[in-house]
Design a binder for this molecule. Structure first.
Ligand SMILES: C[S@@+](CC[C@H](N)C(=O)[O-])C[C@H]1O[C@@H](n2cnc3c(N)ncnc32)[C@H](O)[C@@H]1O
Length: 236
């Protein structure tokens, strides 16, 4: 029993050493309660989690009764949604990440407000059509390797932006989508159905742009709506 525990500890340590020191250095930016036992059990989770301050900001804009977090990962976003929404439906297709999300939500005392569902979001969300107030969509965008200069190339990627927007809009008009920080504003604009209100938000942390969030429906601030013409074609 003790040997098993020691082996598990050793395994965890080995994995931890494989994480790029940059992410370890930023651990408290990812989760302010990191030292209370936050679990990120694979490399991808480390670079996928939305930094807490950004997640908290996005959650404040998405405040509602019930929100779906369609790609929950290790819980960075759904934990924050649970602080601004009455209930969160968190979907994740990798069991270890979903378990991390649940464990991490317990550390933040919000697990009781989240329904953790293991499975394919593309299949599962359909059952929530018309039954939830908002949906957050943050699929994996290929990790830090996309940062090789220029705009993010959605064309060579598994998720086409227009399809993601349609996927989210089938559930509710109130959508927030997390995109790579190098996404082209024009490409974003062309993925949104014509006539649809939307807002593009550049999310900075310590003067560095980390990500882009696109809001649709009631989540887009009225009076500050974007259009393809109003956007300059620059990334942050
Ligand atoms: C960018 S991460 C989400 C990070 C999360 N927002 C956070 O702040 O911790 C994307 C997650 O989507 C999951 N995923 C990918 N395809 C999926 C699918 N079809 N259904 C559900 N989850 C999926 C991946 O396993 C990954 O954990």
């Amino acid at each position: 029993m003790r040997r098993k525990r020691r082996e598990r500890k050793k395994k965890k340590k080995i994995r931890q050493e494989e994480i790029h020191p940059k992410y370890i250095a930023q651990r408290f930016r990812l989760f302010s309660k990191y030292d209370q036992g936050i679990s990120l059990s694979d490399h991808e989770s480390w670079y996928s989690v939305l930094p807490e301050k950004i997640a908290s900001h996005v959650a404040s804009r998405c405040s509602c009764d019930v929100i779906v977090d369609a790609f929950a990962g290790a819980g960075g976003s759904c934990i924050q949604f649970a602080t601004t929404c009455k209930y969160v439906i968190a979907i994740e297709n990798v069991n270890s990440r979903l378990m991390d999300a649940k464990h991490n939500a317990e550390i933040y005392n919000v697990a009781h407000k989240i329904d953790f569902i293991l499975g394919d979001a593309f299949q599962i969300v359909r059952s929530f059509t018309g039954k939830v107030d908002a949906i957050f969509v943050a699929p994996p965008w290929g990790g830090p390797n996309y940062e090789n200069g220029g705009f993010f190339d959605f064309g060579r990627f598994q998720y086409q932006l227009g399809d993601l927007v349609d996927f989210a809009l089938q559930v509710t008009p109130n959508v927030a989508i997390s995109l790579p920080r190098t996404s082209s504003p024009r490409e974003i604009a062309s993925a949104v159905p014509q006539g649809q209100t939307f807002q593009v938000e550049y999310n900075y942390l310590n003067a560095k742009c980390k990500t882009i969030t696109v809001y649709l429906g009631n989540l887009a601030h009225h009076g500050e709506n974007a259009s393809a013409d109003a956007l300059s074609n620059t990334a942050c």
